[in-house]
Design a protein around this ligand. Structure first.
Ligand code: TXA
Ligand code: MG
Length: 325
């Protein structure tokens, strides 16, 4: 699984040459470029099919480097970085001059994180700079949690794929806007609300208005090819069987309490009982149901605590209205 030293050096060379490297992180695979090379950053948007107004995360090798990338580090941001980095937390702060506007979608703030994956950290150290990386999937599609997912997504459009094995967390980082007095969660993710509350001594604010450009404002995001329908857990089996009888090729994410039930459907994935295991598996399950030719996925939301909050957020987006084809 672990990339060899020669792979890491090769990947760092590709970044220096203005190329794109897919890199493993503990959350999902990223599609990386030299954060300070506007032409390389532009290629990310092109390859992903992502609107250029949609800002990227700058990945750095350690919390001690944060001050190089942002205008100032407020006390709360420093506390959050010290506690959760390396790890699945992204901090939005005022943009440092080093960060080109191409990377921030024209915003005067920048999102920064130190990923908790040894291969990502080795690459960042070998490269010596910051790496802007969105999730390595086409815009709006399911995020990748293995190197094979990345290859299936982009084929030869990425210059180098660094394989670090399957991602341990499986859902993206928690994004916290730490520019103001009150840290505000813009996207739930691998660091839970409960973790944040334990550090802050109070629940973090949660973003509710659409003033800032946050992930998933496009109604459909993290979406498999198959349409996703969400119902109450106890209705999943009946809903799936009805749709199957109506001629759909139904994939089911079967909630833990019902995994013994026989289901008449095209493909059934039993959902793990632990939220950590579900988060780790989620994107792979959605890709698997696509691969098996399902045109409809029936699922339910997990309890929205701990990692369940991020899972529910991703499933809601995946079930969101699709753009007209
Ligand atoms: O776990 C992750 O965060 C993964 C791995 C690769 O690090 N990255 C990731 O990137 O999920 P992406 O681009 O798929 O999602 C990052 C989101 C963007 O959708 C954007 O809306 C938000 O971060 N973002 C970036 N900069 C921002 C800013 N200055 N203000 C508000 N939101 C920002
Ligand atoms: Mg993404």
């Amino acid at each position: 699984m672990t990339a060899r030293t020669s792979d890491i050096e090769k990947a760092a060379d590709v970044l220096r040459a203005g190329g794109l490297v897919a890199l493993p992180t503990e959350t999902v695979y990223g599609l990386g470029a030299n954060a300070e090379d506007p032409a390389a950053v532009a290629r990310i948007f092109q390859v992903k099919g992502r609107p250029p107004s949609h800002p990227l995360i700058v990945h750095i090798a350690g919390a001690e480097l944060l001050g190089d990338w942002v205008e100032d580090v407020p006390e709360t941001a420093r506390l959050l970085a010290e506690r959760f980095w390396p790890g699945p937390l992204t901090l939005v702060l005022r943009r440092g001059r080093r960060v080109p506007l191409e990377a921030t979608g024209g915003l005067e703030t920048v999102a920064v994180r130190v990923p908790g994956h040894p291969v990502a950290l080795a690459l960042l150290s070998a490269f010596g700079g910051g790496v802007t990386a969105p999730s390595a999937n086409r815009f709006g599609h399911v995020s990748p949690t293995t190197a094979d997912h990345v290859r299936a997504e982009f084929g030869g459009a990425v210059d180098f794929v660094l394989d670090g094995g399957p991602c341990a967390v499986g859902v993206e980082s928690t994004i916290v806007d730490a520019t103001g007095q009150t840290p505000t969660v813009l996207r739930p993710g691998g660091v839970t609300r409960e973790d944040l509350e334990a550090l802050l001594g109070r629940p973090p604010a949660v973003h509710t208005t659409s003033r800032i450009r946050v992930p998933g404002q496009h109604p459909s995001h993290y979406a498999p090819r198959a349409r996703v329908v969400l119902v109450e857990p106890e209705k999943v089996v009946a809903e799936a069987e009805l749709a199957q009888e109506l001629g759909h090729r139904v994939g089911v994410l079967l909630p833990p309490a019902f995994t013994d039930a026989p289901v008449n459907a095209h493909a059934v994935v039993p959902v793990p009982g632990s939220a950590a295991a579900y988060a780790r598996g989620l994107y792979g399950f959605l890709r698997e149901l696509d691969r098996r030719g399902c045109d409809l996925i029936v699922a339910s939301l997990p309890t929205e605590e701990g990692l369940g909050l991020a899972i529910a957020n991703r499933l809601r987006r995946a079930a969101g209205p699709r753009p007209a084809a």
